[in-house]
Design a protein around this ligand. Sequence first.
Ligand code: GLU
Length: 511
Amino acid sequence: MNNNRRVRVRFAPSPTGALHVGGVRTALFNYLFARHHGGDFLLRIEDTDQSRYVPGAEEYIIQALHWCGLTVDEGVGIGGAHAPYRQSERQSLYRQFALELVASGNAYFAFDSAEELNEQRAAQEASGNSFIYGAANRGSLKNSLTLSPDEVKQLLAQGVHHVIRFKMPENEELVLQDIIRGEVHFNTSLLDDKVLFKADGMPTYHLANVVDDHLMEISHVIRGEEWLPSLPLHVLLYRAFGWAETMPLFAHLPLILKPVGNGKLSKRDGNKMGFPVFPMEFTDPDTGEKWHGYKEDGYFPEAFINMLALLGWNPGTEQEIFSLQELCDHFSLERVNKAGARFNPDKAKWFNHKYLQEKPDTEIAASLALLLEADAIHPDAEKLVKICQLLKERANFVSDIHAASRFFFYPPRQYDEKGVKKNWKEETPGLIRELIQLLDGVADFTSANTETAVRQWVASKEIGLGKLMNPFRLAVIGVADGPHLFDVIEILGKEETLARLSAAVERLATK
Ligand code: GLU
């Protein structure tokens, strides 16, 4: 194996549905590895299984990578020296490779019909065994190993339904290398003679994947752990083709696990527990079922990517916040863990919170403006920036700021009952009337000025600050807690603040 070649990696999804977070993480790790080594990141669409094809899935994959900021160097939608990158468009080239393996004795034609195989299966299962088409029984089934060359020729000439199967070596102990797992052992006697080329004229995943990785000069195959069982077949295919010298190195990424309990994170977990497992919203074209997306739920792509990078990879330090560039700089496959990574939806929110704090306020304000527009509210830009500055600390998403900002645009419709009971006393209306006069006299209505004036006045009256502040807050925003009240009234302005105070005195007097 050659370690000094140009780094070329590929993300090779099958368009069988929306890309799950696990798939995005595979794409991300490939991307980071390519960028770290100044190599190429390819996108190849593996759509040879027509029965599992889902319309719209390919577009979804491309848009999701784009949203995440993972730019592709070569591939579907981009082109490149090895085009086409969609396997269905490469269909004509695979059969010759399968035939080459038949000619070299590494594969064979199998003519068994589905009924014949079902019979064999039933017979095996009846005697408590499971059926595999392999070394133990291939000598008694209907294939080019058991039929005469003339019979085979005839069947092929007649166009009889057939597949091409790999002839798995018998009882060979394979010791293979995985960058993340180290040595992995397989015994070929446990493996079946996988179909390489199907009766419908399409290659299977295994053949197309290996042929394309070879032709596209892929140096490293980085993919999910679920493909580890395919590794021996793939390595044997490289060997059979005579490509062992340029075979890519392999890295199988750990699973992403459910937030609680055992097993792989599934799309159902997301709906059950209220978090997205897809980067963007997706509507299943068959069932009409709708799935949440990180994008539409208000996550920043940088936060989403940062969270995903730490699912299975660790930088070896305490640092948690990484820009995409920093991830490219630090990433290495040696620091990817073997063990599954537990998905933590709260941590995802935490990342978004952190990124929200770092965003320029003008940018947050622009997103908030869009949400307010839908409510037919059009405040000026300066006011919005102030609102964002004040509310972002308690928010994970711009939508949290939106929800928390209502009181800036609407006076309280009602007042929190418990708060009123606790804080609105007999002497309160009198105090609030005095407060109105005091605030009216503050010429420059800034947070600092009103706060100084109120504190001095309260001190001179020798009452506790709470005695005033709690009803003051209730009157202005209707509830007993919230952001720094003097900042709130600065944004509201003098006129609105005084109007709300007067309204509260009037409305609460009758209680
Ligand atoms: N088409 C496979 C998938 O859907 C690719 C696996 C691989 O990377 O080899 O994940």
